[in-house]
Ligand binder design. Structure first.
Ligand SMILES: [Zn+2]
Length: 425
């Protein structure tokens, strides 16, 4: 970058420095965070660290909250007993998976439950998602050719922010069921989790919000054999890029804008929990705001590696859906940095990330990333460690975000709204 601004006598290079980025990134991606899986001690540790950084920076809490934790609950269901029989024959428990948030379930072919099938010729992923998300009770019979995916489905955590009262049962290995009975016992509990949210109130436009976000959860600890031989990798999914990098950027930007001390609009800095479980943190956060007050949201997701265009570049999902990208790029005129439209539209990143909830409400909410989604070697692997990141480049990206968003922070630019009607439902 050839841009360099002086802020209260301190240049941006001093505030957003490789040293600071390294310090924060190192803590968040350290082995003692145990992969920051939601509902584990590791994520609490990560939360405590982010809170301490927000406190040190001098942010305020969100809407007068007692602290930086934005807590909420999810419901967990643990299957304690399952007994399913089809046409008089008892099904082995290794052949079935049930999803229900009712403590006791007792259903037969006479009950309000539909029998559906996943046939050999079906796309298992697509069909599974369709049935798994059904609001009605379903008894899903799956062709034996898909037996190999059963462990993956048994692995899905049974936690939900708003569980329905329906039951979905998958039985693998049979496609016929004239009569059946389903008896399930589940232990239901409430589990606490939290986003971390800090606020820098605007000087004059207090009720106009600009949001910087990332997610601080990741996948936890896997099995050792998932490490491949090229490094002495352990089984911890450190998530250095996904998304300790985005969380680091949020902390750095908070520090930068606090030191600037001239934001006319209110800036909200947040790191979300439970992104990897289905974006639950972002969904909860988004409901605590009136969307019309949110001027823009920058969600930062995996910015630790070089983009497909090399250094000093990143892409913006949903680039064409508002003029945020143009505003950012305009503010970088004369620099070596470029923001590109998302080059992986087929991957639907705009809809898959934590910006989606607010975008669907019309907010110019975009994700900024450098991740090569067709070829990111360490994506969702135990190799996603700090050594694989380009911290110098990541520091330049954070600076580019700080400088390019300046006119939105100051109130000079107001990005166009996203037309929610044009978005996929
Ligand atoms: Zn991520």
């Amino acid at each position: 970058m050839i841009l360099s601004f002086t802020v209260n006598g301190q240049s941006i290079d001093k505030i957003i420095s490789v040293k600071e980025v390294t310090r924060i990134e190192k803590v968040l991606s350290a082995d003692d965070m145990q992969g920051r899986r939601t509902f584990t001690p590791g994520i609490d540790k990560a939360s405590a660290f982010i809170e301490s950084e927000f406190r040190k920076t001098g942010l305020q809490t969100f809407m007068g909250a007692a602290n930086f934790r934005q807590g909420f609950f999810m419901t967990e269901s643990k299957a304690t007993a399952s007994k399913i029989s089809i046409d008089g024959k008892i099904i082995n428990n290794t052949q079935l998976v049930s999803f229900s948030y009712q403590p006791e379930v007792s259903l037969t072919e006479k009950s309000d439950i539909a029998v559906v099938k996943i046939n050999k010729s079906d796309n298992i992923g697509q069909k599974f998602n369709e049935y798994y998300n059904s609001p009605k009770s379903l008894f899903v019979l799956v062709d034996p050719s898909f037996n190999s995916v059963l462990p993956n489905i048994q692995h899905i955590s049974r936690v939900n922010a708003n569980p329905g009262n329906n039951t979905i049962v998958f039985v693998f290995g049979t496609l016929e069921a004239t009569t059946f009975s389903i008896d399930l016992t589940n232990t239901i509990s409430k589990k606490a989790l939290n986003n971390v949210v800090g606020v820098l109130p605007g000087k004059s436009k207090r009720n106009e919000f600009v949001i910087f976000s990332g997610h601080y959860d990741h996948l936890g600890v896997g099995s050792p054999e998932e490490g491949t031989p090229h490094t002495a990798v352990d089984s911890i999914y450190n998530g250095a890029n996904d998304d300790a990098a985005g969380s680091t950027a949020v902390i750095m930007l908070a520090n930068y804008f606090k030191k600037q001390n001239n934001n006319e609009r209110t800036i909200i800095f947040t790191t979300f929990v439970a992104e990897e479980l289905g974006g639950y943190g972002a969904k909860y956060f988004s409901k605590q705001l009136s969307p019309e007050k949110v001027i823009a949201m920058f969600n930062l997701e995996m910015i630790g590696t070089e983009s497909k265009w090399g250094k000093n570049s990143a892409y913006i999902t949903g680039y064409e859906k508002s003029d945020v990208g143009e505003i950012l790029q305009k503010n970088l005129t004369g620099s070596a940095f470029t923001f590109y439209p998302d080059p992986y539209p087929e991957q639907q990143l705009f809809y898959r990330s934590d910006n989606a909830t607010l975008a669907k409400l019309g907010v110019p909410a975009h994700t900024i990333s450098t991740s090569k989604m067709d070829n990111e070697a360490n994506y969702h692997s135990a190799h996603d460690e700090i050594e694989t990141l380009d911290i110098n480049n990541m520091t330049e990206i954070i600076k580019a975000i700080a400088l390019s968003s300046a006119t939105i922070i100051s109130g000079k630019d107001t990005p166009s709204r996203i037309d929610a009607e044009q978005l996929k439902k």
